[in-house]
Design a protein around this ligand. Structure first.
Ligand SMILES: Nc1ncnc2c1ncn2[C@@H]1O[C@H](COP(=O)(O)OP(=O)(O)OP(=O)(O)O)[C@@H](O)[C@H]1O
Ligand SMILES: [Mg+2]
Length: 367
């Protein structure tokens, strides 16, 4: 069987896996082996899920794929099928089926996974299903994250998770960066101890055999309260590398994977990256989803200003052509607004299938 895509032809070789929503095949293309993922026609919503997966994978592979994330190749609407790079090598759970990882080994692997998540989070996407069989190991210590089937834009609603691996609030529908942080905590524990949970873990489940510094990181990641976990990949990375994180605490914005400290600043201008049509006058430049300019080009002034008013930080719209939006249970457009710990802010909003999705998301954290 041969599929005709936009970027070539794909000849199916054999089926390699079958999940709840999809079938996965190995196929041959002009440039080598590829993997083709197709929905199961008998399962409702599986078409929409794969189409969303393809759109997310395409966006995070643009303009250039990330070395720790499977690369998007093509979308074949007529079949339909998502064509992705074939990642050789065993799944992580096969590598660690019978042995534990040493501390340094576990940290190296987790740092690779965090780097992948940083790319996703900076585009406002949460992976939602980080677990050993969604990680390929093409080379020792080099993880490649696959399966964007549960990936969702932050602030939307989750559909499915994996008991024991997904955070308690993700299992109840809540999508946030902290959900991925939780699963990475489980992954670290799995690598070091072999624990493969089927029910939610808590910090008390971390055995005393785990080295102190790592154990503290795992316990913080596994906190049942998402507000008590790390709030960004960067913060977890620093803790894992043995660096102190107090520098990252206090009022701050997380934008495009960067942590921007607000302490000592009274005013900050955030705008679109100059290469995407920004004015070059911003203190912080943001990339939009997939590195594409999606928000209409606006008048050449600032977009968003964060100003300190009394003891509080306020956000003001300074001429963003598509508006400034805050997620408080649902997205709402604001002009001048005080920020609260954990707020998700978006410049512009996209309407799709009756839902609202952020474009260039930022988070505000106050402690
Ligand atoms: N790009 C790839 N390269 C190599 N193998 C892959 C690739 N994508 C998927 N696989 C294999 O196919 C399996 C299923 O793929 P994937 O996880 O994307 O689908 P799924 O429907 O979510 O499956 P599951 O429900 O088992 O998680 C993976 O666990 C992996 O073994
Ligand atoms: Mg999978």
């Amino acid at each position: 069987m041969i599929l005709k895509g936009r970027r070539g032809k794909y000849q199916i070789v054999k089926k390699i896996a079958e999940g709840g929503f999809s079938k996965v095949y190995l196929a041959k293309s002009r440039d080598g082996m590829v993997v083709v993922k197709t929905p199961k026609s008998e399962v409702p919503l599986s078409f929409e899920i794969i189409r969303e997966e393809a759109s997310i994978l395409k966006a995070i592979s643009t303009p250039k794929p990330h070395e720790n994330i499977v690369a998007f190749i093509d979308w074949v609407p007529s079949y339909p099928a998502l064509v992705q790079e074939y990642v050789p090598g065993p799944q992580l759970d096969k590598v660690y089926a019978r042995r534990r990882a040493r501390k340094e080994e576990a940290i190296r692997i987790v740092l690779g996974v965090l780097s992948a998540l940083n790319r996703m989070h900076s585009l406002g996407v949460v992976h939602g299903d980080v677990k050993p069989n969604n990680i390929m190991m093409p080379k020792p210590l080099v993880p490649v994250l696959i399966d964007m089937g549960s990936a969702k834009r932050a602030g939307s609603e989750s559909l499915a998770g994996t008991p024991g691996w997904s955070s308690p609030e993700f299992m109840e529908g809540q999508v946030s960066v902290e959900a991925d942080i939780y699963s990475v905590g489980v992954l670290l524990l799995y690598l070091l101890s072999g624990i493969d949970p089927v029910e939610p873990l808590t910090p008390e489940d971390v055995p005393s055999t785990i080295p102190d510094q790592v154990s503290e990181v795992i316990r913080r990641a596994l906190n049942p309260n998402p507000w008590k976990r790390f709030h960004s990949v960067k913060e977890m990375e620093m803790a894992l590398m043995g660096l102190k994180i107090p520098r990252q605490e206090g009022p701050r914005l997380i934008a495009g994977g960067r942590v921007i400290l607000l302490e000592g600043r009274d005013r900050l201008i955030i705008a679109r990256s100059r290469t995407q049509g920004g004015t070059g006058r911003a203190d912080v430049e943001l990339y939009e989803f997939g590195g594409k300019r999606l928000i209409p080009r606006g008048p050449p002034y600032e977009w968003i200003e964060v100003v300190k008013v009394g003891g509080e930080y306020w956000i003001s719209d300074k001429g963003s052509p598509a508006g400034v939006w805050i997620f408080r249970g649902e997205w709402k457009r604001v002009v001048d607004y005080p920020l609260r710990h954990g707020d998700l802010v978006s410049i512009g909003i996209r309407r799709r299938a009756g839902r609202l999705y952020p474009y260039a998301p930022l988070r505000y954290l106050s402690y």
